[in-house]
Write a protein that binds this ligand. Structure first.
Ligand code: GDP
Ligand code: GDP
Length: 438
C-alpha cells in the first residue's frame, strides 16, 4: 500500500528532470491518470518489475511565495524530501566535474545515511572510458555510476538496483473494518487543531499505532462502533521539527499519508480561500484514488456574506478537478460542524467502494447511444460496445470500443458527467478505461 519514496537530489541543471522523464519512459507504468496532474512534474508513481515507488524530483518544486523563512532554499526542500526517502539518487554533471555546490549537496546526503546512488550524468557515450568519473569519488558518497539521462544509458540497470534496495512491503494487514483517513492541507490551515477536535470528544476511543514507514504514527479512533485509522499523524500531533513549517515538507508528508488513505480530508484555510497549493494536494489525492472531503476551516473568521461568497468563489474556481467533492464549512476552534465530518467520511468511503452492475451500466450505454453525443474523425465513428466495472476503491470502468484513439479527453469528461448524473459517486474519483474490441 505504502509506496517508498525515491528522491532525486542535485544542484540545478545536472539533469534531474531529464532523468525523471527517462525513468518515466523506462518503467512500465507511470500513473498519471487524472486530469491536470501531469502539469505537476514533481511527483511520479513509477512501477519497475511490479514494485511501485514514488519518484520525487526535488528540482521541480517551485519555491513558495510567502514569508516563511525556511521555505525558499532548494537545499531545505531537497533535504525534506530526502529525509522521507528510502533511496536517494544524487545526480551530478559528468561534463562539468565536481563543483562546490555538488560538495554541499554531498555533505547533506552523507548526513542522512541513506542508500544513495551517485549518478554521473551526461556521459553520453558509454563506449568511451570516462576519466571524469573517478573524480566524483571525492564526494564521499560511494561509487559513481555513469549514466546518460538523455540517451537512457544505464537507467535500466539502475532501476533494478534501486528497487532491490527498497524496503520490503511490510504487508500492512488489510483491516476490512477500518477506514484509513488522511488529514491534508497547507501549514496553518488548522490540521492539528481539527485533529484534536475530532478525537477529543469522549465518544471516541483513541490509540496510537506505529505505521509501516519509519516515524509514521497512526492514530486509531473508534467511534460509534466504527474504526478509523488516521494515518501518519506524527506531524499533526506534535510539531517536532522546523521542517514542519515548510510548505514542501508538508507536501511530502501529505503525499505519504495520501498513499495509505481511503479518504483524504483536505483542510482549507477559509480566511485565505482555496490556493494553488490546495489544488496540488487535491490533485495528488485524486490521482492516488482517495475519496475527498473538503473542509473549509476557520469559517468563524469570515465576517460577512461578502467574505463568505469570496471563499466559495475560490472553491468553484479552483476545485474544478473535483466538482464531485463534498465540502463542509467548519471551525476547528469553535467546533462548528466538526461532528458532521465522520458521516461524510463514511458516505464518501461507501461510494468509493460501490459496485455498479453490468446491466445497470449497459442501460446507461444504451441511453447514451440513443440520446448522447458520439465522436468521429470524419471517416470513423466511435462505437461503444459494452462497459463493465473492472475495479473498486475507487470505482473503475472499462469501456470496450471499436477505436480507442477516437476517445478524446473531452469525450471522457462527457462520459464521466453522464455516469455521475446516473449513479451516486459523490465524494469519490472514478476511473474510465477504454479497450479496443472489434
Ligand atoms: P535539472 O535542473 O537538474 O532538472 O536539469 P534538467 O533535466 O533540466 O537538465 C539540464 C540540461 O542538461 C538540459 O538542457 C538537458 O537537456 C541537459 N541534459 C540532461 N541530461 C543530459 C544527458 O544525459 N546528456 C546531455 N548531453 N545533456 C543532458
Ligand atoms: P496546521 O499547521 O494545519 O496543523 O494548523 P494548526 O492546527 O496549527 O492551526 C494554525 C493556526 O490556526 C493556529 O493558530 C490555530 O489556533 C488557528 N486555527 C485553527 N483552526 C481554526 C479555526 O477554525 N478558527 C480560527 N479562528 N483559528 C483556527
Amino acid at each position: 500500500m505504502s509506496r517508498p519514496i525515491v528522491a532525486i537530489v542535485g544542484r540545478p541543471n545536472v539533469g534531474k528532470s531529464t532523468l525523471v522523464n527517462r525513468i518515466a519512459q523506462t518503467s512500465d507504468a507511470i500513473v498519471h491518470q487524472s486530469r491536470g496532474v501531469t502539469r505537476d512534474r514533481s511527483y511520479h508513481v513509477a512501477d519497475w518489475n511490479g514494485r511501485e515507488f514514488t519518484l520525487v524530483d526535488t528540482g521541480g518544486i517551485e519555491p513558495m511565495k510567502s514569508d516563511d523563512v525556511f521555505a525558499t532554499s532548494i537545499r531545505d526542500q531537497a533535504l525534506a524530501a530526502a529525509e522521507e526517502a528510502a533511496v536517494i539518487l544524487f545526480v551530478v554533471d559528468g561534463s562539468v566535474g565536481v563543483t562546490e555546490e555538488d560538495e554541499s549537496v554531498a555533505r547533506m546526503v552523507r548526513k542522512l545515511k541513506k542508500p544513495t546512488f551517485l549518478l554521473v550524468n551526461k556521459l553520453d557515450n558509454p563506449a568511451r572510458e570516462n576519466d571524469n568519473l573517478w573524480e566524483f569519488y571525492s564526494l564521499g558518497v560511494g561509487d559513481p555510476v555513469a549514466v546518460s539521462a538523455l540517451h537512457g544509458h544505464g537507467t535500466g540497470d539502475l532501476l533494478d538496483e534501486v528497487v532491490a534496495l527498497l524496503p520490503e512491503d511490510a504487508g500492512e494487514e488489510d483491516e476490512p473494518d477500518t477506514l484509513r483517513v488522511a488529514i491534508i492541507g497547507r501549514p496553518n490551515a488548522g490540521k492539528s487543531s481539527l485533529f484534536n477536535k475530532m478525537i477529543g470528544n469522549d465518544r471516541s476511543i483513541v490509540s496510537n499505532i506505529a505505521g509501516t514507514t519509519r516515524d509514521a504514527i497512526d492514530t486509531v479512533v473508534e467511534r460509534d462502533g466504527k474504526r478509523y485509522r488516521m494515518v501518519d499523524t506524527a506531524g499533526i500531533r506534535k510539531k517536532s521539527t522546523v521542517y514542519e513549517n515548510i510548505e514542501y515538507y508538508s507536501m511530502v508528508r501529505g503525499l505519504r499519508a495520501i498513499d495509505r488513505a481511503d479518504v483524504a480530508l483536505l483542510v482549507v484555510d477559509a480566511s485565505t480561500g482555496v490556493t494553488e497549493q490546495d489544488q496540488k494536494v487535491a490533485n495528488l489525492a485524486i490521482e492516488r484514488g482517495c475519496a475527498l472531503v473538503v473542509l473549509l476551516n476557520k469559517w468563524d473568521l469570515l465576517k460577512d456574506d461578502y467574505e463568505r461568497d469570496a471563499v466559495m468563489e475560490t472553491v468553484d474556481r479552483r476545485l474544478t478537478m473535483a466538482p464531485w467533492a463534498e465540502y463542509l464549512r467548519i471551525s476547528a476552534m469553535t467546533g462548528r460542524s466538526v461532528h458532521k465530518i465522520w458521516d461524510m467520511v463514511d458516505a464518501a468511503a461507501e461510494r468509493r467502494a460501490c459496485h455498479i452492475t453490468t446491466s445497470q451500466l449497459n442501460r446507461l450505454l444504451t441511453d447514451m447511444r440513443e440520446f448522447g453525443h458520439t465522436v468521429s474523425d470524419g471517416k470513423r465513428r466511435l462505437k461503444m460496445h459494452y462497459v463493465t466495472q473492472t475495479g473498486e476503491k475507487p470505482p473503475a470502468f472499462t469501456f470496450f470500443v471499436n477505436h480507442t484513439d477516437l476517445v478524446t479527453d473531452n469525450y471522457k469528461r462527457y462520459i464521466e458527467n453522464r455516469m455521475r448524473a446516473t449513479f451516486d459517486f459523490k465524494g469519490t474519483p472514478i476511473r474510465l478505461r477504454f479497450r479496443a474490441k472489434k
